[in-house]
Design a protein around this ligand. Structure first.
Ligand SMILES: Nc1ncnc2c1ncn2[C@@H]1O[C@H](COP(=O)(O)OP(=O)(O)OP(=O)(O)O)[C@@H](O)[C@H]1O
Ligand SMILES: [Mg+2]
Length: 278
């Protein structure tokens, strides 16, 4: 058999990653932080929105809903708008009742049920506009609520952000958190992004009737991951029914539940320490 017919399975090409490109257009923001996770549904949007409200007690804060396919942040912040204003050729971020401004694909689609079927290039353009064509003005913090996981989508967004202070990794508390945290840490390391810390979400449930704590998803996986991989542990948020019910009503649980407020204020405090130790 001629050797030309022999098929050799080549290893897949190494992904091309590197530090995000620098931009000159995005200089008024003191801290840009990505909120990400090793997988979907662990509470990135919940953490982004409530952390933003906590930070906004003392700072000027904006949220970029970088999850183009599942833009949840406006709803969680109680805004239901289907357009954005443009001033001097710049998009005006949408203000909310919580001293946090937000920009999201949700403002640009006709209804919540619309599926956004965009190829990479268009999604890329949308994120770029959220960063560069939105009049963020002077900001202390921009939080980016990242798309789920560590795949292509998250990589594209991460590479577009011009200046990043680092990432916050959200995990749930079970043993699998170790694996999920490791994936997210590897992602950050490949992009040369600092891991500002791990947040453990859905960490124990305090029974409203008897006050006993029930560890539905176990407890401590996030803290153990932080210890094991040598990154800061920022804090934990318990499972609180208000997070779901208030979220559905467009009220961040921070504004409705003492336990949630306390959890996020602790996370904010630890985040400030982590930023100072850069
Ligand atoms: N601490 C909590 N207590 C109770 N419910 C929670 C908590 N955190 C998140 N949830 C609920 O879990 C679900 C998923 O949360 P969220 O949408 O924030 O996750 P996500 O990581 O942003 O998801 P996706 O990957 O789809 O973007 C939501 O219904 C939310 O209300
Ligand atoms: Mg989300």
């Amino acid at each position: 058999m001629p050797s030309g017919n022999i098929k050799i399975n080549k290893p897949p090409p190494t992904p091309i990653v590197g530090p995000p490109p620098k931009s000159t257009k995005y200089t008024n923001v003191a801290h840009t932080i990505m909120v990400m996770s090793g997988k979907g549904g662990v509470g990135k949007s919940t953490v982004s929105v409530n952390l933003a409200v906590s930070l906004a007690q003392k700072h000027k804060v904006g949220v970029i809903d970088a999850d183009i396919n599942g833009p949840d942040d406006p709803k969680l912040l109680g805004v239901d708008k289907k357009s954005v204003d443009v001033r001097d050729n710049k998009i005006v971020p949408v203000s909310t009742a919580y001293n946090v401004d937000v920009i999201s694909m949700a403002f640009m689609i006709p209804s919540e049920e619309t599926a956004i079927i965009w190829r990479g290039a268009l999604r890329h353009k949308a994120i770029q506009q959220f960063l560069e064509d939105v009049d963020w003005g002077k900001r202390d913090f921009i939080l980016l609520d990242m798309p789920p996981g560590t795949g292509d989508e998250a990589l594209t967004v991460a590479q577009l952000v011009p200046v990043v202070d680092g990432v916050i990794i959200v995990v749930t508390p079970q043993d699998l958190a170790l694996l999920d945290a490791k994936k997210a840490i590897n992602f950050a390391q490949q992009l040369k992004l600092k891991v500002l810390g791990i947040v453990e979400n859905m960490s124990g449930f305090v029974c409203p009737h008897c006050g006993e704590t029930i560890d539905i998803f176990k407890r401590g996986g996030g803290e153990e991951a932080a210890r094991k991989y040598g990154v800061p542990f920022l804090g934990r948020i318990p499972l609180v029914p208000d997070v779901v019910s208030k979220g559905d009503q467009g009220v961040p649980a921070y504004a409705a539940s003492d336990i949630v407020k306390k959890s996020f204020d602790t996370i904010t405090e630890n985040l400030m320490k982590s930023l100072e130790s850069k």
